[in-house]
Design a protein around this ligand. Structure first.
Ligand SMILES: [Zn+2]
Length: 525
């Protein structure tokens, strides 16, 4: 007797190669045990998937539930499972919650969430994973090790080149995290504590990932006018370290730089053809969700956050920053405050509105907001071209991610706005690509299942085949639709009918079940 039978559906297997097939799916002991015509098979539970697609559970290779701390606040991760996501990869953009060589390490997440008052009782990566496995998880989780987390833990809150001895220690810490099951290594090269790391340092660490057959993930040093140099840097790193590489949340910021689009794609295609294993992930929105201080010129925040806040409070330095922002002529007109815990009255307001009410220029308003919040502000910015987004979504080198965090769908006691991708990224991608016929169902599903699984080195998930773990998403290709918006983000999507996680029902009739069968995954070489 099967535990679960999904019958009459069309199976999209996650390989990207096979057309949807009329197959019934049998699940037993958490695994896919039968695939074929299962007429007459007996099961404890039967799902009729007539008219629906039966896909591997979606895999989000670029997720921040750890850095936003929502993994602990909402371990059920309903905004993820309700999108059909069954596995999320944490520890991205240089920031992971382990290993923590010193308490200073932990501050690598403070861009997204204030670490003050949070309880941490782990140091090593294995201790962290053990702690996570006590949570009632609504999705499977895995984590990369963050470059910034380790580097900052060793060097403290200073920004400088690393010495040879220190780099050797960093390597040893990274090796022990890999041995404990870290799925790879992430970099956030734009951020203050990594900006001074040389390509050489980055390559040496990437080689460790390669040695363990684990991938690297890179948040570019520059996503605006310097994007071509940043992409060349990634290709260089990936080539030299022979690393399986993903550029995080690829986009070209600011209309002034959109002309670089063709060159960005061409350089990636050329590198890939020449044997460099470099791919990217992308989220299906034209609005980004960014840390406000990264809009400042690099010299302003190069000394770390304490230095930055000091500068903002000195009138001479503050004027110098405003002057520099004026000269850079970035477009700040679309920026809206999303998160400002210490200044909730600013949430939802645009920088233009704030400038108006303060009687100052937009550049001055930006600096004032940073000053009054000690630089802890996250913003929305509509700065990505619609047509480029479409090309990035369709391109064979692109996988789809949320780059978001998991939330509860109710009982949210916050005024903060979150990016709609936290609730709707995968349904939005499926809706766009299937309804507009940009992609066949098999190609679209590959980008959210098999492709991230191959990149992450997940061997038993991402494909709907006999013997694989039973993570399965049943969705309605005609009615799939995201509902979350920038103004009203806390809304689950339509069209995700059933989600099975490790063989258990995790989402049905539009709600997450009480069964929390998510697992903490460990990488093995
Ligand atoms: Zn990032």
């Amino acid at each position: 007797m099967l535990d679960l039978l999904i019958k009459n559906g069309k199976v999209v297997d996650g390989t990207g190669k096979n057309k949807p097939q009329d197959l019934d799916v049998g699940v037993k002991n958490g695994e896919i045990s039968e695939l074929g015509n299962l007429k007459g098979a007996r099961a404890k539970k039967v799902i009729d998937a007539n008219g629906l697609l039966v896909s591997p559970g979606f895999i989000d290779a670029q997720n921040h539930s750890d850095a936003y701390w929502t993994l602990f606040d909402y371990p059920g991760q309903e905004s993820m499972i309700s999108q059909g996501i069954t596995t999320i990869a944490l520890g991205n953009c240089g920031a992971s919650l382990a290993p923590l060589p010193s308490l200073e390490s932990f501050k690598s997440i403070q861009k997204w969430h204030s670490p003050e008052g949070e309880n941490i009782n782990w140091t090593y990566f294995e201790e962290y994973l053990a702690e996570l496995s006590k949570l009632k998880l609504g999705v499977n989780i895995l984590s990369l090790a963050g470059h910034s987390t380790i580097r900052r833990g060793l060097l403290g809150d200073v920004v400088r080149k690393i010495s040879d001895n220190e780099l050797e220690v960093l390597e040893r810490v990274l090796i022990s995290a890999m041995k404990a099951g870290a799925f790879g290594l992430s970099y956030g090269l734009v951020y203050a504590h990594e900006y001074d790391s040389s390509t050489d340092e980055v390559v040496r660490l990437a080689k460790i990932a390669t040695k363990f057959n684990r991938p690297i993930s890179i948040h570019l040093r520059n996503e605006a006018k310097g994007i071509l140099d940043s992409i060349s840097e990634v290709i260089n790193i990936s080539g030299k370290a022979r690393a399986r590489t993903k550029i995080s949340h690829l986009k070209i910021r600011d209309a002034k730089n959109w002309g670089l689009f063709e060159q960005v794609l061409k350089s990636l295609e050329l590198a890939y053809r020449q044997g460099v294993d470099v791919r990217y992930d992308v989220y299906p929105y034209t609005t980004s969700w960014s840390i406000l201080y990264t809009y400042l010129p690099k010299w302003v925040y190069q000394g770390g956050k304490v230095e930055l806040n000091k500068k903002l409070q000195e009138p001479f330095q503050k004027n110098k920053i405003i002057e520099a922002l004026r000269e850079e002529t970035q477009d700040f007109s679309k920026i809206i405050i999303a998160t400002a815990t210490s200044a909730p009255h600013l949430i939802g307001k645009s920088l233009v509105q704030i400038a108006g009410s303060q009687g100052v220029t937009v550049e001055e308003a930006l600096v004032n907001v940073l000053e009054s919040t000690e630089s802890e502000v996250v913003v929305f910015d509509e700065n990505i071209d619609k047509n480029h987004l479409e090309e990035f979504l369709k391109h064979p080198l692109g996988m789809i991610s949320t780059n978001g965090a998991g939330f509860s769908v109710r009982n949210l006691f916050t005024k903060n706005l979150v990016h709609p991708r936290c609730f709707g990224a995968m349904p939005r991608f499926l809706s766009m690509s299937l309804k507009n016929k940009w992609l066949t169902p098999e190609k679209a599903v590959y980008k959210i299942t098999g492709m991230p699984a191959e990149y992450l080195g997940l061997k038993d998930r991402g494909f709907l085949k006999k013997g694989k773990k039973a993570d399965i998403t049943v969705f309605d290709p005609k009615n799939i639709q995201d509902l979350a918006t920038v103004d009203n983000p806390y809304q689950p999507s339509l069209g995700i009918e059933e989600v099975i996680l490790n063989g258990e029902m995790a989402f049905e009739n539009g709600v997450a079940t009480a069964e929390k069968s998510g697992k903490v995954l460990k990488a093995r070489s």
